[in-house]
Design a binder for this molecule. Structure first.
Ligand SMILES: [Zn+2]
Length: 217
């Protein structure tokens, strides 16, 4: 059975006044998303059996189905509408959402990594609803990711949709592929940043962004 998880969201996104269908956060980004739950469940069972796990044990019988539901949830698209408003008051200081919690899955090991994101911009002619900064992070986190790409995608999309004078994104995350296995560097945080416009070119704006985001550089 092939199930299209995002049919409703896709429909509403396509019929709305989305400014840019081709944008990385636009509705077309979801057009190819199909989930075949039955096939995934068969594959999950084969995978676990191949690893020597006996699925006849009581607690494990439903594990392939649960596993598939969990991953489908993690990778379920989170469509957003980045509605912008005219910057009527001429606000020209930084707008920052600090400590946005996020979780995603690393594309190399398919193990979770999670942490917080700090997202900010220096408005130009348009401003964005505040909750959209968190939505942006959630949106790009809903797929196998690298922390570097996730950071860049949020910054790129913010710049493209709002055309701010500057945009900055910092992600601080703990990767379970690094803490639970491999080097087992428990507690190690990976920090990434992407800066655009005057946050990149002007050292004072950049320092102010990092200070307000609570990032020590
Ligand atoms: Zn990994």
């Amino acid at each position: 059975m092939t199930q299209q998880l995002d049919a409703d969201s896709l429909e509403s996104a396509l019929t709305s006044d989305a400014p840019d269908l081709e944008s990385p956060c636009g509705p077309r980004a979801f057009a190819g998303h199909r989930v075949d739950l039955a096939a995934a469940q068969r594959a999950a069972a084969d995978f676990l059996v191949a690893l020597g796990i006996d699925l006849n044990e009581d607690g494990l019988r439903e594990t392939p189905a649960r596993m598939v539901r969990a991953y489908a949830e993690l990778f379920g698209p989170k469509p957003i509408q980045l509605t912008t408003f005219e910057n009527a008051e001429g606000y020209d200081e930084l707008v920052i959402a600090r400590g946005i919690p996020f979780r995603t899955v690393c594309e190399h090991h398919l193990l979770p990594f999670s942490g917080v994101a700090h997202v900010g911009y220096l408005p130009g002619e348009r401003i964005l609803g505040l909750s959209k900064l968190a939505r942006l992070v959630e949106h790009f986190a809903a797929r196998p990711q690298t922390q570097e790409r996730l950071t860049k995608q949020v910054a790129d999309c913010l710049s493209m949709c709002v055309a701010p004078r500057g945009a900055g994104v910092v992600l601080e995350a703990e990767h379970s592929c690094m803490t639970l296995r491999g080097v087992r560097a428990i507690g190690a945080m990976t920090v990434t940043s992407a800066l655009h416009g005057c946050l990149r070119t002007d050292s004072r704006s950049r320092a102010e962004f990092f200070a307000l985001a609570g990032v020590h550089v």
